[in-house]
Design a protein around this ligand. Structure first.
Ligand code: CA
Length: 232
């Protein structure tokens, strides 16, 4: 097999086939199963690049499958969940999901998320080379420690810088405050949620990000933040 491989773990046959068809149309090699235990076996032999994992599986809970995959492989996980509560979402990230989608979702959106995960070649912590977003609206050069908005150099505090770089790793992906604080500081502290909010507020101000005009960082209610711009 050549090219990226995606393993789809979903017990609803119709949905599984739909996901499969959309991914195959993008030229990806797709393996699929409706069983959690089979997914673990397939993942260890086929070493997929991305696993699209439904949390509600008949044999093993998707959470356990995810944990198992995390321990034994360095696959990127896109979790599918019917649960939409904040605690479920944060739990998903704590379990090591790289991204998640709440059912029902659009197959197009699912394809975009999988492609974003496949593009994610850099390990967390590695510097992002010069990267352009939103047709040049935002330029981030981690090695030079420079950010430009519409060509204008923007001075950021270390925390603002860290948050922006974290969000820019996978544009469009929602990062919880818990995750951001861990990515930026490596630990959480009491009241960190409001602290993250205030840093994001400052960051938006400096980037001239306006909620009515062109949005750079979007608040996803009850979840966290994401970078709205696409990587060029
Ligand atoms: Ca299911």
């Amino acid at each position: 097999m050549s090219g990226p491989t995606v393993l789809v773990v979903e017990d609803e046959t119709k949905l599984r086939n739909l996901i499969r068809a959309f991914l195959e149309r993008e030229g990806l090699t797709v393996l699929s199963t409706g069983s959690g235990s089979e997914a673990i076996t397939i993942a260890s032999s086929a070493e997929p690049d991305v696993v699209v994992l439904d949390l509600g599986l008949p044999d093993i809970p998707g959470e356990e499958v995810g944990q198992e995959l995390r321990v034994s492989t360095n696959v990127r996980l896109l979790m599918l969940t019917a649960k939409a509560g904040e605690s479920d979402r944060i739990r998903g990230f704590e379990l090591g999901a790289d991204d998640y989608l709440t059912k029902p979702f659009s197959p197009r959106e699912m394809v975009l998320r999988v492609q974003a995960l496949l593009r994610r070649g850099v390990a967390p912590g590695d510097p992002l080379g010069p990267a352009s977003f939103g047709e040049g609206a935002l330029l981030i050069d981690e090695e030079r420690h420079e950010v430009r908005e519409s060509g204008r150099l923007v001075a950021l505090s270390p925390t603002e810088w860290g948050i922006l770089c974290a969000l820019a790793r996978v544009p469009g992906r929602v990062y919880s405050r818990y995750e951001l604080v861990n990515l930026v500081r490596g630990y959480e502290w009491e009241g960190y949620e409001r602290v993250v909010d205030s840093h994001v507020k400052n960051l938006r101000h400096k980037l001239r990000d306006s909620p009515t005009g062109s949005t750079i960082i979007e608040t996803v209610l009850g979840v966290g933040y994401r970078l709205c711009l696409r990587r060029d």
